[in-house]
Structure formats: structure tokens, C-alpha cells
Design a protein around this ligand. Structure first.
Ligand SMILES: [Zn+2]
Length: 242
């Protein structure tokens, strides 16, 4: 039997049997892990407030080599009251946690996704009235796709590799991995040159996506259009359904 102590985020919990819960955690050391919480519905004393998403937890899991671990202990290590008090931030955080649940495979450590998710939640926690939620989500979503092997290319045709000149509009097909040039059949959706440049910049892990000049350049309309493309890619590759 292995004992896992890790920082973790709750990404889902569902009732199980008479009195238990089955929770899905995204952990720092093991990636996504499912765990049984024995008696969690009979008594709220044992795990209490730790079973809310958003706050960063420290969990102890018992791994007996079965599909599900058993949660032995959980406590809140970093509360994020700022998210809880803003509907927009709350919805943004919930969306990011859902993405992670669908894109990250079981029991596979994803340290860069873990740190990206933690940074996103901290930024949402600090945002006033959920300002800038769209661009924060887009940045995380693009990098999550890249980290899990589904990077979107906004500069070259995803089929033949031909460079699309900067500033020009292009066809984009999220399921194919980004731009699709005319010779390769094009796509139903197009995106303008400005939006392509924004998407390419936010996809770059060296840009933080949160500095003031970048935030200011991304309008809500840009963010909504990119979120649509991101979630189309997720739906094409996983059981994510939006
Ligand atoms: Zn092509």
C-alpha cells in the first residue's frame, strides 16, 4: 500500500452508495486521482469544508492499487474567498477545473498544468469582480491543450505546415489542430489576423498572459471567440461536452 500526501484541488464529487462520496482530485504529485470518501455523506465533520472546489487542499490518500484511492485526510491549505465571492470568477474556475478533469489522464503527474491551474485560480482570486476572467481562461485553455498534446497552431496550417502571413485572416478548424489552408481544404470558421496574433501570443508559455498591456489588448469578444475554438478542440479530442 502506498500513501500519497499531496497538494490537491477537488474537481468533482458524486454520491456513492449509501453514505460515501467518490471525488476526483487533481493532485500536484499524481495528477488526476479518484478517491472514495467513506462516510462523507453521513457526517460532514470528517471532511467538512474541504470538499468544496476552488480552495487548495492538502490530502492524504491511501492507494491500494485499485482504481480508486481512499481519502484519509484533507485540509484547506490555501482558501480562495475572492473566487467564492464573485460569480464570474466562480464560473471561470469551475470551467477550468472541468477542462482539467476531461483532458488530464488518470495517475499521470502534470506539473506544468498543476502550476498553470494554481496561477489561474490565484489570479481569479485576486481579480476584482471577476475582471479579465475571459483572457485568463483563454491563456490557461490554450496551454492546457498544448500540455496534453493537442496544441492549436495559429500561425501555420495544421495539415501541411504552410505559414499563414501575419495579419491575414485564415481558416481555422479546432479538431484539426488550428489553421487549415485553402490547399488543404480550408474550414467553416475563419479568424481575423488580429485574433490570430493574440491567440499565438497567449499560447506562448514565455508570455505571462496576465500583464496589463496584454490584458488590455484582448476584448471580451476576442476571448469568447477563442473560448469557442478551445472548447471545440477539447470536445474533438476528449469526452468534454462543453
Ligand atoms: Zn495546408
Amino acid at each position: 500500500m502506498k500513501v500519497v500526501d499531496s497538494a490537491a484541488l477537488l474537481v468533482r464529487s458524486v454520491p456513492y452508495g449509501e453514505s460515501d462520496l467518490v471525488a476526483t482530485f487533481f493532485t500536484e504529485t499524481e495528477g488526476r486521482v479518484g478517491a472514495v470518501l467513506r462516510g462523507a455523506r453521513r457526517s460532514t465533520k470528517r471532511f467538512g469544508g474541504t470538499l468544496e472546489p476552488i480552495h487548495e487542499l492538502v490530502v492524504r490518500l491511501e492507494d491500494r492499487g485499485r482504481e480508486l484511492c481512499v481519502l484519509k485526510e484533507a485540509r484547506i491549505a490555501r482558501p480562495r474567498q475572492g473566487i467564492v465571492s464573485s460569480l464570474a470568477a466562480m464560473e471561470g474556475a469551475g470551467r477550468a477545473l472541468r477542462w482539467v478533469r476531461h483532458l488530464c489522464p488518470n495517475r499521470t503527474p502534470e506539473p506544468r498544468v498543476w502550476h498553470g491551474l494554481r496561477d489561474l485560480l490565484d489570479a481569479l482570486d485576486a481579480s476584482r469582480e471577476g475582471a479579465g476572467v475571459g483572457v485568463l481562461l483563454v491563456t490557461f485553455g490554450l496551454r492546457l491543450l498544448a500540455e496534453t498534446g493537442y496544441a492549436l497552431d495559429f500561425e501555420r496550417c495544421a495539415r501541411c505546415g504552410k505559414l499563414c502571413p501575419p495579419g491575414r485572416p485564415a481558416f481555422v478548424d479546432a479538431a484539426s489542430g488550428g489553421l487549415v489552408c485553402m490547399n488543404c481544404g480550408g474550414a467553416r470558421r475563419t479568424m481575423g489576423g488580429e485574433l490570430r496574433a493574440i491567440a499565438a501570443r497567449l499560447s506562448n508559455p514565455r508570455s505571462t498572459g496576465t500583464d496589463a498591456s496584454e490584458l488590455a489588448a484582448v476584448t471580451d469578444a476576442h476571448a469568447s471567440e477563442l473560448l469557442l475554438i478551445i472548447e471545440e478542440a477539447m470536445a474533438a479530442h476528449t469526452d468534454f461536452a462543453g
